[in-house]
Design a protein around this ligand. Structure first.
Ligand SMILES: Cc1cc2nc3c(=O)[nH]c(=O)nc-3n(C[C@H](O)[C@H](O)[C@H](O)COP(=O)(O)O)c2cc1C
Length: 379
């Protein structure tokens, strides 16, 4: 399983774990893969705290950080609008829809003393860069970016510090643009992936991207949860796998119990690609919330970052009520998840996920080798 990216990044297995949970990131790095912390959900101060902890808990193994500096979002031309200006762009129709929805599911307002959720994640140049500043103050080995080529100066800065840059793509032409921008590793994320995703399946996308950007290394993402799928990714020409959903049901993951229960019970048919969370198409676990936004009388989701800004407090209210035991609020709880969720049937330690992937990948390639041998011998 050792590929060139293992050598260039100093890891044992080409298994990359995207996670917002520091325990998962550290556990995968310690197990010989590469944990990559999703920084989007953190403020710069919070990211500082998380990376400090990770750095102490990886036993000197490499780890990375993922930011999201989108190529297109509302306010980009103005260098990112202030939150107050963005709030003015949220139509009353969307506010009314949410209030009516929460009332129907008996989700109470926030108590007055509870601070409101931060509605603007790092989905902008300014916020993304603030997270990059923190990330670059740690000895990370990989800086990943989603939703467009990372700005050239961010790539230059990473390279000057010996940090490789990865970028997620959903089409071969996007991969070519990333290559032209100077990215070192392409993550080809197929339709079945959790989170933001395009419309081309992993099986079709990966070889297209591999051929388009050769000799740049490509990691396959989307729908990978077993060693058979790792072997398939390597067979398609990928140098490794980038996985997100599978870590949600590891012992280390910090998911809320209601989400974990739903993930374990879900089939591969229980996800939906929707704009209702971020404004750009992202694959989520199907819930009453995603269904309500898909109803014919629901408003059209707003463009990034307005949709999340408009809905952040609603998600906070749902989470609080669900944690307090409200069954109706629990129906509205959301999480990104890919189609591989249908295979996530038990909790496992992250280290065991890594070793199961490696063992099954080896078994698969040996089985294929025996098949080839038998074919050659004509038996
Ligand atoms: C819960 C969750 C949150 C995600 N958030 C991000 C994110 O903030 N940034 C990002 O680049 N990718 C994000 N992704 C996508 C992953 O990086 C990865 O491309 C995807 O999970 C791969 O497909 P899989 O879910 O089938 O493993 C997220 C995925 C999941 C499951």
């Amino acid at each position: 399983m050792r590929t060139a990216v293992c050598d260039s990044l100093g890891i044992e297995y080409p298994i990359f774990a995207f996670s917002h949970c520091r325990d998962v990131v550290a556990a995968v790095s310690r197990a010989g893969g590469m944990g990559v912390l999703g920084a989007l959900v953190f403020t710069p101060d919070e990211l500082e705290r998380e990376l400090k902890w990770i750095d102490k808990n990886v036993d000197g193994r490499p780890y990375g950080v993922d930011v999201v500096i989108p190529a297109a979002y509302v306010g980009k031309e103005q260098g990112g609008l202030e939150k107050l200006d963005l709030e003015k762009l949220v139509p009353d129709e969307h506010k009314r829809f949410l209030e009516e929805l929460l009332a129907r599911y008996d989700v109470p307002p926030l108590p007055e003393d509870v601070p409101h959720a931060e509605g603007l994640f790092g989905w902008s140049d300014t916020m993304g860069r603030a997270l990059v500043d923190v990330a670059m103050s740690y000895p990370i080995k990989l800086l990943a970016n989603a939703l467009g080529p990372p700005p050239a100066d961010v790539i230059d800065r990473a390279h000057a510090a010996g940090v490789q840059v990865a970028a997620l793509v959903g089409r071969a032409d996007q991969a070519l643009r990333q290559q032209a921008q100077g990215v070192d590793i392409i993550v080809a994320a197929g339709y079945e992936a959790g989170g933001h995703t395009g419309e081309i399946s992993t099986l079709v996308l990966v070889p297209e991207v591999v051929d388009a950007v050769a000799p740049l290394p490509v990691l396959a993402a989307g729908g990978i949860g077993s060693g058979r799928q790792v072997a398939a990714a390597l067979a398609l020409g990928a140098q490794g796998v980038w996985m997100g959903s599978v870590w949600l049901t590891t012992n280390e993951a910090n998911e809320e119990p209601v989400i974990t229960e739903r993930l374990l019970a879900a089939t591969s048919n229980d996800t939906v690609r929707t704009r209702c969370i971020t404004g750009k198409p992202a694959r989520m676990l199907r819930s009453s919330y995603t269904e309500e936004w898909g109803a014919p009388d629901a408003p059209d989701p707003l463009p990034m970052p307005l949709q999340h800004l408009a809905t952040a407090e609603a998600h906070q209210r749902v989470r609080r009520a669900a944690l307090a035991g409200s069954p109706t609020a629990a129906q509205l709880a959301v999480t990104p998840a890919g189609q591989i969720v249908g295979s996530m049937k038990q909790m496992r330690p992250a280290r065991q996920v890594v070793s199961d992937l490696v063992d099954e990948c080896i078994d698969t390639t040996e089985r294929l080798a025996r098949l080839m041998e038998a074919t050659e011998k004509g038996t």
